[in-house]
Design a protein around this ligand. Sequence first.
Ligand code: 5GP
Length: 177
Amino acid sequence: MQTEPEIGEILVQADQLKHRIKELGEQISLDYEGKDLLLVGVLKGAVFFLSDLMRHISIPCEVDFMAVASYGSATDSSGVVRILKDLDAAIEGRDVLIVEDIVDSGLTLKYLLRNLGARGPASLEVCALLTKPERRKVELRSRYVGFEIPNKFVIGYGLDFAERYRNLPYVAALVEQ
Ligand code: 5GP
């Protein structure tokens, strides 16, 4: 009989998240001073991170969202990405910072960088809360990274398993029974 998966080891505690996100917000505020900063959140996982991050950004900035679906299994993306919701406005000439929850294989982000890059932004960078370097399949550079984590499927602080667990205030490994 299939039982409910369990919340496993906590990999990033709530106070660590709070502290690091404040640092990232302060760094972004310094780096983008005088620029036309647009944060692009990738739905749904990045919403929690983005809203906390934005409150630590002290320079004028705007926010827009994209939703993408990656073809593949539940835990492995294929790199073939479908846009479910596009940005509301054009990004030509703007300083765009993609805000992602987690970079795993990097395939989704590679697609987003190519797609948004083709729209003529003044600059295009990435801010990812979590990264799993061991899983990377493509060469990618994220300007801002919150935490490097081991190769485990994680939940919490926006990250889901079958749409659940996004509301956990920390990041934990998922234990499947
Ligand atoms: P990638 O294209 O880099 O392989 O996958 C990126 C997307 O896969 C993330 O934005 C996230 O939605 C999902 N993902 C990757 N690793 C995890 C994980 O450990 N937990 C959860 N909940 N989602 C993950």
